[in-house]
Design a protein around this ligand. Structure first.
Ligand code: FPP
Length: 237
């Protein structure tokens, strides 16, 4: 969700105004994802690196998060959205932790969209944590395979993203879901996050649905659709 600060500055406003406006885009994304039948939506709301921002901006972001969680919980439940979080949550202020835990508990029964907030998150943090857990488990080195690492990630039950969308013209991963994005399609748009609304979200997903995903195979081999390709890989394993 990139470009909030620049969007605000272009309007002669403080950066925080951009974050606050970005909350409406979060609502739009959740709504569009629900309509399109997207099962998992992970939002990179605060990275490990974001802790180096000015204290006032961090505080404002945390306040916005607490306010948004409390203000949206009923709507999330109404839409059947289950909220979860990933990242070093213990590093967040107490009000954020309790706000998150509260909404997670209240939406735990929801079976629609899984909305995951990445907070105090980075891909390298997640991989480091995974390695620590594997070492603590005493797994012999020769028994460690790719699936061992996957099983020790923060949310092993969540499938890899099919599509990554980054707004504001930046074309980087910025330490997001480094393991999980291995085969994801990438969509970069110049639109700033506060302007990125339902139509933009839907256009990105529709454009993605038209892409050919090869998972390392040749174009000729790709004839039976994504499902067949994944099954084919499984069979060979
Ligand atoms: C990146 O833009 C955005 C963030 C660091 C924060 C995103 C947070 C929100 C949209 C609001 C709260 C979220 C939820 C889930 C309620 P930037 O500040 O890096 O913008 P810039 O690249 O223009 O400086």
């Amino acid at each position: 969700m990139d470009g909030n600060g620049r969007w605000a500055r272009e309007r002669g406003e403080e950066r925080v105004f951009g974050h606050a406006s970005g909350v409406e885009s979060v609502r739009s994304a959740v709504s569009a994802a629900g309509e399109l039948g997207v099962e998992y939506l992970t939002l990179y709301a605060f990275s490990t690196e974001n802790w180096s921002r000015p204290r006032e901006e961090i505080n404002a972001l945390m306040e916005l998060l607490v306010k948004s969680l409390a203000g949206e919980v009923n709507e999330l439940i109404r839409k059947g959205v289950r909220l979860r979080s990933t990242g070093d949550i213990s590093a967040l202020p107490e009000a954020c932790i309790s706000g998150l835990r509260d909404v997670e508990a209240q939406t735990a029964h929801c079976t629609g969209l899984n909305l995951i907030l990445a907070l105090s998150y980075s891909g390298r943090w997640e991989l480091t944590e995974a390695v620590r857990r594997i070492v603590r488990s005493g797994t012999p080195a020769e028994n460690i395979v790719e699936d061992t690492i996957r099983q020790h990630l923060s949310m092993p039950d969540v499938p890899d993203p099919e599509l990554l969308v980054r707004t504001s013209g930046e074309q980087r991963l910025s330490n997001f879901l480094l393991w999980q994005l291995a085969y994801s399609e990438l969509h970069f748009t110049p639109v700033m996050w506060p302007d990125f609304r339902e139509d933009h979200f839907k256009a990105a997903v529709l454009e993605f649905r038209g892409r050919e995903r090869r998972f390392g195979r040749t174009g000729d081999q790709v004839s039976g659709g994504v499902q067949d390709i994944k099954q084919g890989i499984k069979k060979e394993e």
